[in-house]
Design a protein around this ligand. Structure first.
Ligand code: NAD
Length: 333
């Protein structure tokens, strides 16, 4: 029987990394090394049966140690968050370039077979995202480049680094451009959370305090698509083990406005809140959706979990966390 390769999940203490490790274990992998800069107590999911390492992967020696003996590397490590974080921490976001650069160098030195990089829809040209009724973004829309300042430019640069490590050195690299991922076991408060989790928390706060109000960032008419975590994890595996040697969208194409997202969460939580709009808060581009023509063509597959179904599961998990942390009931069980 062929020996299973050692799989390294960089950023395994994070939202997507934690789910990826859980999925690898479910699928029978036992040789897994999960690496994250956060103290173990802050990881969203910890699996004691695998190798868990706390290390700063901006450091090349840490990357060499992380990649030793590995067959596959999944780079999900980045200093990131929702719009509130990335608009105010551009330098920190760009420093993640050190993680991907040193991981690629270490992967090459360690003879790794495949390398996955988590890119983002933030690489897309801002001029293509000015209208709320946006044309879905095709992969070619990343160029000419006008990426999200800071975070998006780092992703675009790192995508190209992956491409050139493949072309020049033969390291097989796979790149997916994630569009807004949401689900249980992720950030839901503290400033790094993204819209789906933030809306769940705000609805829960309103229910818990009896102050039936919610503040939204922007005018609520900006549009997005949101991909449920299970689709993201399935897509990562499919792309990693495909022959797709160009960056590809991994996102849902179910477009909603932020107002519609709030309608949905209100319905799930059994609330009707008075909305105020903070027009000076960071809100990102006006519209963004994923064109899935390419992924359907390559894989005959695309993310398909309905937003309502994914948000019900996400809301239930955040409600549990909220109640455990604040000791208050918020909404019907
Ligand atoms: P996350 O913040 O939950 O996970 C990232 C993890 O990387 C964190 O646990 C963090 O501690 C770790 N990390 C940061 N700096 C590190 C370092 N120097 N060394 C080691 N670990 C470090 O975020 P996530 O949502 O799980 O995102 C995973 C990847 O997917 C990231 O690259 C992110 O940019 C990308 N992405 C996510 C989304 C999304 O909607 N969640 C969208 C587009 C792209």
């Amino acid at each position: 029987m062929k020996k299973q390769p050692l799989i390294v999940v960089a950023g395994g203490g994070g939202f997507i990394g934690g789910h990826l490790v859980a999925d690898l274990l479910r699928r029978g992998h036992t040789q897994i090394r999960s690496v994250d800069i956060k103290p173990l107590g802050e990881w969203y999911q910890v699996f004691p049966q695998i190798e868990n390492i706390v290390a700063d992967l901006k450091d090349k020696d840490a990357c060499l140690a992380a990649c030793r003996g590995a067959g596959e590397i999944y780079n999900l490590a980045a200093d990131m968050g929702g719009m509130g974080f990335i608009e105010q921490n551009k330098a920190l976001c760009m420093l993640s370039v050190l993680i991907n650069t040193h991981l690629l160098m270490a992967a090459l030195e360690s003879g790794v077979e495949r390398f996955f990089f988590a890119s983002s829809a933030c690489v897309y040209n801002a001029d293509k995202q000015r209208a709320a009724d946006v044309e879905p973004l095709k992969e070619a829309d990343a160029y000419p480049a006008l990426a999200e300042d800071g975070y998006g430019w780092e992703k675009l640069f790192s995508e190209r680094m992956c491409r050139h490590f493949y072309e020049d050195f033969g390291l097989i690299t796979r790149v997916a451009r994630f569009h807004n991922v949401y689900g249980p076991h992720g950030t839901w408060e503290g400033g790094r959370e993204k819209a789906p989790a933030a809306v769940c928390r705000k609805v829960l706060e309103a229910l818990a305090t009896g102050q039936h109000e919610i503040e939204l960032w922007g005018d609520g008419r900006q549009t997005r698509s949101f991909m449920y975590i299970d689709d993201c994890i399935a897509g990562i595996d499919k792309i990693m083990h495909s022959d797709i040697d160009e960056p590809i969208n991994l996102g849902s194409s179910e477009l909603v406005s932020i107002n519609e997202l709030v309608d949905l969460v209100e319905a799930i939580g059994g609330a009707k809140l008075r909305r105020t709009y903070n027009l000076s808060a960071p809100k990102g581009v006006n519209g963004r959706n994923s064109d899935n023509t390419k992924i359907r063509g390559y894989l005959g597959w695309e993310p398909s979990t309905p937003l309502a179904e994914g948000m019900r599961k996400t809301f239930a998990w955040i409600r549990g966390e909220y109640q455990a942390k604040y000791g208050v009931q918020a909404g019907a069980a």
